[in-house]
Design a protein around this ligand. Structure first.
Ligand code: HEM
Length: 516
């Protein structure tokens, strides 16, 4: 052994020197060495991998920013940013900050190739090409056209909660966290494919679809911190030979798409020439149109990818926002009383289900929705981007060089920034309303500043495309449920359980339900 070392002493010497110099360089000489952060994070991305694997990283990052300030080094080449002033600089139009390799593990195999979708693609040209033919389907006008589908799901939800829980012979707790997800998944499934997955009707996670999606997110979220792990485990050519080629979600999606195509053919052959598809036009109708009008970008595989993206991006997120809202309202007696008083006063003018238009006449409801998205943003990791050639100009006049990964993090911004006024960690919908003695102008300015700091839906060109749809689903369901039922937490003093993958999912917020 000793002889081998002696024989190769130049090599051993270089290795020993590098081992010694690497940490010294990272800590003292690296362009990011001026930024504070955990010592291990300065040396290796393993720190953030371990942090995300702990499933509590939304909280560790808040604590980290509380301790170190708005810019923290969380990896050798990664800055986490908790200052809303950087949102337009990083995500604003024309700034040139592209999505980082963080998004790689979210890309899965679809058939023989990796499927890049609206959310995961890092190539701006491909993103624009994918988005352009379907953008209208995600617009506000389209969200309103989907109202009958939301109504249908609200009616099913109320009927099934009544049958399965309220009228149960033995008093039964209701898994409210689960029901919110059943609603969000079924709404998204009908809007996308024209057919519910059946969660609401059955009152359960059919075929463990939700559990399987969550389990997948729990694996890929830590890997997003060290994306080469994803390559090593799933994306290299050796693994490709032996990998399991069945993709249950793509298979279900393809079969639902075939059903829809058959329905469209049946409609057109029945002589209904007025409409190409049964009303309302579903996402799948827009996607199939895009396949016809933009064949160079959209093939049948892309149609499948569009549809599965909707389910992945638009179900957990809406469910999480709804859970936060109900949990917070039930834990804050004053908020609950004020919300119910607003609803009761408006009741003569409300239909069941409450329409979008009616919901917009409930300002306290709107404040509760905003505050829920603020106090618990559904996405629990920074939205990573790569600094372009021009660098990132910092507040102190310095410049972060090209190639560094940066990301604004909604949790520390939403819970620490002074823009929210007093006690930002408290759930207080009143912060969105006009305060006593505040002029209308000052209130409008204050709310505009808070909205600029909101990162729940992301920002800029990669901002959430489903935000209008989410707003309609939430604003209609909450008053409709509160009109029909009285909810009480089974364990009002026990905190819910949170798991942070990419999404910060909640569990154990069971309620007793009675008719109102
Ligand atoms: C409360 C509900 C929702 C929240 C909080 C939310 C949050 C987000 C966030 C933070 C992003 C940006 C991610 C990034 O920069 O990496 C995003 C992107 C996206 N969301 Fe949502 N989302 C919600 C609902 C929905 C719904 C209902 C849909 C589908 C209909 C949807 C579809 C998308 C898509 C397609 C993208 C990618 C946009 C792009 O890169 O161009 N989302 N969402």
């Amino acid at each position: 052994m000793m002889d081998t070392i002696m024989d190769n002493w130049p090599l051993v010497g270089v290795a020993a020197l590098a081992t010694l110099l690497y940490p010294l360089y990272q800590i003292f000489l690296h362009p990011l060495s001026r930024y504070p952060g955990p010592l291990l994070a300065k040396l290796t991305d393993y720190w953030r991998f371990r942090d995300v694997r702990s499933r509590r990283s939304h909280l560790t990052r808040v604590a980290l920013h509380e301790r170190h300030g708005p810019v923290v080094r969380v990896g050798p080449n990664m800055l986490s940013i908790a200052d809303p002033a950087y949102i337009p600089k990083i995500y604003g139009p024309g700034q040139g900050f592209l999505k980082s390799p963080f998004y790689q593990p979210f890309e899965g195999w679809v058939g023989e190739k990796i499927g890049y979708n609206l959310f995961t693609t890092r190539d701006p040209a491909y993103h624009a090409a994918l988005k352009q033919p379907v953008a209208a389907a995600y617009g506000f006008k389209s969200a309103l056209e989907f109202e009958p589908i939301v109504d249908q799901c609200i009616e099913t939800m109320v009927r099934r909660i009544d049958e399965l829980i309220v009228q149960a012979k033995v008093k039964k707790a209701c898994d409210l966290a689960g029901w919110m997800q059943y609603y969000a998944f079924d709404v998204m499934a009908i809007m996308t494919y024209g057919k519910a997955f059946g969660f609401l009707e059955r009152g359960e996670d059919v075929n463990h679809m939700i559990a399987r999606l969550d389990a997948r997110l729990d694996v890929i979220s830590p890997e997003s911190q060290m994306p080469w792990l994803d390559w090593l485990q799933r994306k290299n050519w050796v693994v490709n030979i032996f990998r399991d080629r069945t993709n249950p979600f793509a298979t279900i999606a393809a079969s639902l798409i075939r059903d829809r195509q058959a329905a469209l053919i049946a409609t057109s052959s029945s002589g209904d020439t007025e409409q190409k598809a049964p009303s309302p036009r579903l996402f799948i109708d827009h996607f199939l149109d895009a396949q016809e009008t933009h064949p160079a970008v959209v093939d049948s595989r892309t149609v499948v990818i569009y549809t599965t993206t909707n389910i992945m991006a638009g179900s957990d997120t809406v469910a999480i926002a709804l859970r936060t809202l109900f949990y917070m309202v039930l834990r804050h007696a004053g908020v609950r009383a004020r919300l119910l008083a607003e609803l009761d006063a408006a009741a003569p003018g409300l239909t069941f289900p409450v329409s979008w238009e009616q919901s917009q006449r409930l300002p306290y409801l709107d404040a509760v929705v905003q505050e829920s998205l603020r106090i618990h943003p559904p996405v629990g990791l920074p939205l990573e981007r790569v600094v372009p050639a021009a660098g990132l100009a910092m507040r102190d006049g310095s410049r972060v060089p090209a190639g560094v990964q940066v990301g604004c993090h909604a949790w520390p911004i939403h819970l620490l920034d002074p823009v929210w006024g007093p006690e930002p960690k408290q759930f207080r919908p009143e912060r969105w309303l006009r305060a006593a003695g505040e002029s209308a102008e000052a209130h409008a300015e204050r709310v505009a500043a808070m909205k600029r700091a909101m990162l729940a839906f992301g920002a800029g060109s990669r901002m959430c495309m489903g935000r209008h749809l989410a707003a309609v689903q939430i604003a209609k369901l909450v008053p409709s449920l509160l009109m029909k039922f009285r909810f009480e937490l089974v364990e009002p003093l026990r905190d819910w359980d949170l798991v942070c993958g990419w999404f910060v999912r909640q569990a154990n917020m069971d309620v007793f339900v009675d008719k109102r």
